[in-house]
Design a protein around this ligand. Structure first.
Ligand SMILES: *Cc1c(COP(=O)(O)O)cnc(C)c1O
Length: 473
């Protein structure tokens, strides 16, 4: 399997190169040259298998030619062995035809662990094979950073620098990052918003000499392996609920369009998905785009579901690439214009094509609180605010109700105790394995919203820039 850039000008690469590169050198995102196909018989044969076995089957075609299949199978099994639930991603029923898929049984209690734990191990494997080191930098509005740090802590071939917007993540989210004290982990609190952090990150990647000097690598959801690690649970849930005989709807609380794009990939691979409901909070650029065809950047507004508080959804470019008939040159021009003007018009044909798979919904804070309260009353289940956004949007988007709806539960409610308390008057408890989080010492560095001091900081901590593996760090 080879990967091509959505902007058409970068050389096609193998999986291991795409893993280390993150963003393509032409500014585009990597996508597979073609989608592997799973027949109804292939899908039927997944029934009853453990999570890691389905995950291996689903992902194997994507790493072919880059990682030995037996090695990959072992890596996948190890990745999910440490999760806190025997089913890894259990389904819980809420009403006659409605389920939540719990994606919060990894070490940091959000769905990002499902891909990030795999990513850390894949980096380790590929770098050890090559005798190389990298410096991973990432920007986070909360959950990505802790998942990345947890996946990379203590790994000899990796130094990791994570930027978060100072004072704008929840205390639990911050502490999940800053209480990790391994010497290869560096937290930076930026005086600015998440979008400022993302801009700084882009600035680092766009400086090619710097990028090469410190062997910069990315784990934000633009990294193809992040998408890859999220495809499996769509198959796992669908098979458990009767695929390929039965079609499903998925409702996905959406920010950067990474999670729901993995659902799009699953559908392209043959999984019978009737509809993907793209649900945003009041930061609704993608819901508006699906409603009107007019993709227009607004200002970021803080909400009760902060991991979705963004206005530029990087992964949407991957969908656009397919909608453009994979014309990277045309897309490159339009994305360049979008960056300058903050607006892009999808014509009626493209919009119709997108609506064949996606429907959109927007859920504000009031509805989020009401949904948490209502579900608690009806079932006793406590939803986190992101999951509540997904559920409310899945219910609101038009459908005939015949096929089951699966809502992706993207975080554990204890990560967002204030919103939950507002809704039901109770603060959900952290799972016992995280009980000491609120008292452990923290370490982080404050930096201004400015690229120069950030480069200095990264340079100082990047062992890849100073020594080769084996010499004293
Ligand atoms: C990251 C995140 C999202 C948004 O996912 P995308 O892949 O960026 O669309 C939703 N909910 C939670 C809890 C998250 O951490």
């Amino acid at each position: 399997m080879r990967y091509i850039s959505t902007r058409g000008a970068a050389t096609p690469l193998r999986f291991d190169d795409v893993l280390l590169a993150g963003l393509a050198r032409d500014g585009g995102l990597y996508v597979p040259e073609s989608w592997p196909r799973f027949s109804p018989a292939d899908i039927r044969a997944m029934a009853g298998l453990p999570y890691h076995e389905i995950a291996y089957r689903v992902m194997a075609p994507f790493v072919e030619g880059a990682i030995d299949q037996a090695v990959f199978q072992r890596i996948v099994a190890e990745t999910y062995a440490g999760f806190g639930h025997a089913a890894v991603a259990p389904l819980k029923q809420l009403s006659p035809n409605e389920w939540v898929l719990e994606l919060f049984h990894g070490p940091t209690l959000a769905f990002k662990d499902y891909a990030m734990q795999l990513l850390g191990r894949l980096f380790d494997h590929v770098l050890a094979q090559r005798g190389e080191r990298v410096t991973i930098v990432g920007a986070t509005s909360g959950d990505t950073g802790s998942a990345a740090i947890e996946a990379c802590r203590g790994r000899d071939a990796i130094d990791i620098v994570i930027l978060h917007p100072k004072g704008r993540t929840s205390e639990v989210q911050r502490r999940q990052m800053t209480t990790v004290l391994e010497s290869n982990v560096h937290n930076v609190a930026v005086e600015g918003t998440f979008d400022d952090c993302q801009d700084l990150l882009k600035g680092l990647f766009n400086d090619i000499p710097f990028r090469d000097e410190v062997r910069l690598s990315g784990v934000n959801s633009i990294n193809w392996a992040r998408i890859l690690g999220q495809i499996a649970y769509y198959f796992v849930a669908a098979v458990a609920l009767g695929a390929p005989e039965r079609k499903l709807r998925f409702a996905v609380p959406t920010g950067n369009f990474g999670n729901i794009y993995a659902g799009y990939a699953a559908r392209a691979m043959g999984l019978p998905i009737e509809q993907l409901v793209l649900v945003t909070n009041s930061n609704d650029i993608l819901a508006r785009t699906l409603a009107s065809g007019d993709m227009r950047i607004g200002t970021v507004r803080p909400s009760l579901s902060p991991s979705m508080d963004i206005q530029v959804a990087s992964n949407f470019e991957r969908l656009l690439f397919d909608l453009y008939g994979r014309d990277g040159k045309k897309l490159a021009g339009d994305m360049e214009a979008f960056r300058k003007t903050g607006a892009l018009a999808l014509g009626p044909n493209l919009l119709d094509e997108a609506r064949r798979v996606f429907s959109g919904a927007r859920v504000d804070d009031g509805q989020t609180i009401a949904t948490i309260a209502e579900v608690f009353k009806a079932t006793g289940e406590v939803l986190d605010p992101h999951t509540a956004v997904g559920l409310a949007g899945g219910r609101a988007a038009p459908h005939d109700g015949r096929n089951p709806t699966v809502v992706l539960a993207t975080a554990h409610p204890a990560k967002f105790p204030d919103a939950v308390e507002k809704a039901i008057g109770l603060k959900p408890a952290l799972p016992p394995r995280l009980a000491s989080l609120m008292t452990m010492p923290e370490r982080m560095t404050d930096l201004p919203n400015d690229i120069a001091p950030l480069k200095e900081f990264v340079r100082k901590h990047a062992r890849a820039a100073q020594s080769s593996i084996g010499s004293p760090a």
